[in-house]
Design a protein around this ligand. Structure first.
Ligand code: ATP
Ligand code: MN
Ligand code: MN
Length: 371
């Protein structure tokens, strides 16, 4: 049948920050395939291709309904010929052969497995693969391989932390962190960020922002929180990074750069009786607890809004917010600040809304940022 493009699909922006993307993805069949292609490009160090597939997937995620014909993708931004071919193949056969080929590829499988370990990035995974290693067993039995502290924890708690975290588990962790933070400083500010703030039902970790109402009082707070968690006997792993934040620096142009706020990457023990409805478990596992990855980030309060926007994500949403700022507004934006290159000045931001206003963007709610 001949059908015109539905009105809702007209004028989809090339920028994720000008689209509203809920957790409801009507095009999962396509976006899952594109994610495999993106990941494979990443493993092959083809950043351009990787980004192109991620952008295409992000556009499809924002659509109000499933794509049922190639015609329905007419006029959509960011869909290159590769993506179009993938969509066409899936529409026709229900699967994409290129994707299946990648999924069967030995190198892809090994790199995917290795990077699923906390503390193992594509570089390390590649190194292990080149040594001929293919399984965890081979890595752990190879005397020449020196694992760092993070990777050792990654292997030690692999079964637990490779399993998703539920909303109820995130909520339970929030109570624990909140109680600890407020015991130390009753007026400290705590926010759940990351995927759970965007309304996701499941996540790979739980992310929090912590700050204080007065600038400077956040100093020393995080180390104190870590001590308290340690005293409670629930800290299984902790990597603390001190602040390297410099208020005079312009926002970075490199998206992949980590931010400079004080933070810690934790693995925390969560007990069964702390979670409404109980823990998610592996079959045959009768322990009364599970390990969960937690990130705590401490921006100074005058950077709270930019930090909150950055840590709420999604990655693609924030990536495009930064690209939009640079390309469309001559502004630089990162987790630390918003800077106007024309006026040569930093713009002050107290809330996330302020940032959208400065950028001349309609406000997008956290649950609409699942780009
Ligand atoms: P998931 O549910 O899988 O955890 P998520 O969206 O919460 O998904 P995270 O990896 O926890 O993903 O990251 C949350 C947000 O914080 C992302 O937008 C990411 O860009 C940002 N982020 C993560 N790590 C850093 C870092 N070291 N420096 C700056 N920003 C970061
Ligand atoms: Mn997260
Ligand atoms: Mn995280």
């Amino acid at each position: 049948t001949v059908c015109s493009t539905p009105a809702a699909v007209d004028n989809v922006s090339q920028y994720a920050c000008q689209r509203r993307t809920t957790t409801e993805n009507h095009n999962k069949m396509f976006t899952d395939a594109l994610e495999v292609l993106a990941e494979s490009s990443e493993f092959n160090e083809n950043e351009g291709r990787c980004l192109a597939f991620r952008r295409a997937a992000s556009v499809l995620k924002s659509l109000p309904s499933a794509v049922r014909s190639l015609g329905a993708t007419q006029g959509l931004p960011c869909l290159g010929e590769h993506t179009e071919a993938v969509i066409e193949e899936i529409l026709q056969f229900g699967r994409c052969f290129k994707v299946e080929e990648i999924q069967c590829d030995e190198r892809y499988q090994a790199l995917k497995l290795f990077t699923s370990v906390f503390g193992v990035g594509p570089k390390t995974a590649e190194k292990w693969y080149r040594r001929g290693l293919r399984s965890f067993k081979e890595i752990l039995n190879e005397p020449a391989i020196q694992l760092n502290k993070m990777q050792r924890a990654g292997f030690l708690y692999y079964r637990d932390i490779s399993k998703t975290v539920s909303k109820a588990e995130a909520q339970a962790l929030r109570c624990i962190i909140e109680e600890t933070v407020h015991w130390i400083m009753p007026d400290a500010i705590l926010a759940l960020t990351g995927g759970f703030r965007r309304g996701k039902e499941y996540g790979h970790d739980v992310d929090f922002l912590v700050t204080t109402p007065e600038l400077g009082r956040e100093e020393g707070l995080l180390l104190h929180v870590i001590d308290r968690l340690q005293d409670q006997g629930i800290l299984l792993y902790c990597e603390h990074q001190g602040t390297t934040f410099d208020a005079t620096k312009l926002p970075s142009c490199n998206f992949e750069a980590m931010d400079h706020f004080e933070k810690c990457f934790l693995i925390v023990r969560l007990y069964e009786d702390q979670v409404e409805g109980g823990l998610q478990r592996n079959p045959g596992d009768s322990r009364a607890w599970r390990a969960i990855r937690v990130d705590l980030v401490v921006p100074p309060v005058d950077r709270y809004a930019t930090a909150l926007l950055g840590w709420t994500g999604s990655r693609q949403f924030v990536r495009d917010l930064r690209r939009f700022a640079r390309k469309e507004r001559r502004m630089l934006f990162d987790n630390h600040a918003l800077y106007d290159k024309t006026k040569k000045m930093f713009l002050s931001t107290t809330t996330e809304e302020d940032i959208f206003v400065h950028l001349g963007l309609e406000y997008v709610e956290p649950w609409q940022r699942n780009a």
